[in-house]
Design a protein around this ligand. Structure first.
Ligand SMILES: Nc1ncnc2c1ncn2[C@@H]1O[C@H](COP(=O)(O)OP(=O)(O)OP(=O)(O)O)[C@@H](O)[C@H]1O
Ligand SMILES: [Mg+2]
Length: 466
């Protein structure tokens, strides 16, 4: 298969080309509940990406996402490409082991693992209310950094259960360090002794000394209230990987190395469906998918597109569940790594509630260059759409009203005003598909800098549901 960036993947209204290059610049689909996001524009693009031979990663918020993708794969002859990652354990991904063993610059460094945890923390603390305060964030980073270093130096490996045990058995007071019971029972103490007895080179010895000083001097000296706050920030995050089914799927060494769901598989055309829906597994389902997405994004950024030219997609319906800070960075490099992101969500307030900050939301939505708006009753989303499309001089017919058979005109019969090309209220009336609309979904498509028919900056597009 050859992959030409300028070959059309799809034609809006059967005539306006949508190319791989444009797909790499990202797509944001917005529309109210039941407006036709999934069955209209979403289905059209998903089938196009599959037909073109793309690999991809599909995150699952709803339980029916898998079934939807099995349908697309059937319709496009891609059934053999699906890799269903679910709770059966058929596929696993021991993510910390992958992170320290993978090839490439930066592998094995503690900071990558710290960032990984902070990304999960960011995604789930939005719900639990923590996070945001720089003191706590840096305290948690310090805790993770020292736990990872201790595990790596003492055992040569790292896993979530090991980090968890280190933190759980760390000395809680200056006195406890000297108690025989702590020395006999603490896993943290055991690893410190193990690390101490190793023959380390100069640099590893410096790392170990700093880490031993943290666990033996700094950590027990923190005030109990602060310390328990830091520990609970860590355990809330780590917990997601400690329980069934996620411990087996993400934290333990794999029984069968052939069944590790490497993110790199997508470059060979595999479509990985993370069938661990948030609706079913809650925050843990969200946390593991956020980790997988983050590691996939990094793997795709590392790849050499000359050796591996196949475009890949990231498909995220109900995207507010999974959006993170890193998405903005990822979008900046997406074209050179041939990664086609599609985010679907109902409205902007969904993003505001999850990302906590309007600037971040505008940066995320602004970075996804193709926007498709479906019917919506959210005024903020509709006004934003109208603003993005822009204003120009409009000629509108003057208003008139019929009073007892007599037409009464207000003002001129026509007047000029500088106004929205597509006023917000238009978005409340777009067809939502289903039998009432002959299974046709309507949407407004916008691409920065592109003009469509009639020199318009937007296109009214229709999508047939099947
Ligand atoms: N294949 C189909 N043929 C005809 N109608 C359909 C089809 N799939 C869905 N519909 C109907 O079309 C409408 C749009 O559904 P769709 O699931 O695409 O909306 P959505 O925007 O994805 O909604 P949500 O936010 O709930 O995910 C709904 O009324 C739905 O019942
Ligand atoms: Mg949907």
């Amino acid at each position: 298969m050859t992959f030409n960036l300028d070959a059309p993947l799809y034609h809006f209204n059967g005539e306006h080309a949508f190319t791989t290059r444009q797909a790499c610049e990202g797509v944001q689909i917005l529309g109210g509940i039941g407006s036709g996001k999934t069955s209209g524009s979403g289905a059209a693009l998903a089938r196009a990406y599959l037909r073109a031979g793309f690999g991809g990663l599909v995150l699952c918020a709803k339980k029916d996402e898998l079934e939807t993708w099995q349908g697309y794969a059937r319709e496009t002859g891609r059934e053999d490409s699906l890799l269903i990652f679910d709770n059966s354990g058929e596929w696993v991904f021991p993510f910390l082991q992958y992170e320290i063993e993978r090839e490439g610059e930066g592998a094995g460094y503690t900071e990558n693992i710290v960032r990984l945890f902070m990304t999960v923390h960011e995604a789930i603390s939005r719900r639990t209310g923590g996070g945001g305060d720089p003191y706590w964030t840096s305290a948690m980073q310090q805790l993770i950094r020292n736990a990872v270093d201790l595990a790596l130096i003492a055992t040569g490996s790292v896993s979530v259960p090991v980090l968890y045990d280190i933190v759980r058995t760390a000395p809680q007071s200056m006195e406890e360090r000297f108690s025989e019971q702590w020395q006999d029972e603490s896993y943290c103490c055991q690893l410190l002794l193990q690390g101490n007895s190793q023959n380390l080179d100069k640099w590893a010895q410096y790392d170990f000394d700093a880490c031993a000083a943290f666990w033996m001097r700094e950590f027990p000296a923190i005030s109990p209230k602060t310390r328990s706050g830091i520990i609970s920030m860590f355990t809330v995050t780590a917990d997601c990987f400690m329980r069934r089914p996620f411990r087996q799927l993400f934290s333990e060494p794999p029984e069968n190395p052939e069944r590790i769901a490497y993110p790199e598989l997508t470059q060979e055309g595999v479509v990985i469906v993370m069938n661990l829906p948030v609706k079913e597994y809650g925050d843990a389902g969200r946390a593991v998918q956020v980790v997988y997405k983050y590691m996939w994004q990094q793997a795709i950024e590392r790849r050499n597109v000359r050796e591996n030219p196949r475009p890949v997609f990231l498909w995220v319906d109900e995207a507010q569940n999974f959006a993170t800070e890193y998405d903005m960075q990822f979008q900046a490099t997406a074209r050179s790594s041939r990664a086609c992101t599609v985010y679907l969500t109902q409205n902007l307030p969904n993003y505001f509630a999850e990302l906590g900050n309007k600037d971040r939301v505008h940066s995320l939505v602004g970075n996804l260059q193709t926007k498709i708006w479906h019917a919506n009753s959210d005024p903020e989303t509709n006004t934003h759409a109208a603003e993005v499309i822009g204003r120009s001089w409009q000629t509108r017919r003057g208003e008139s009203q019929n009073f007892g058979g007599q037409a009464l005109n207000f003002g001129q019969s026509s007047n000029e005003s500088f106004d929205y090309d597509v006023p917000p209220q238009v978005f409340t009336r777009l067809p939502k598909g289903g039998p009432d609309n002959a299974n046709v979904v309507g949407g407004v498509v916008f691409q920065n800098g592109r003009s469509w028919e009639g020199n318009n900056t937007y296109l009214f597009a229709t999508f047939n549901q099947r």
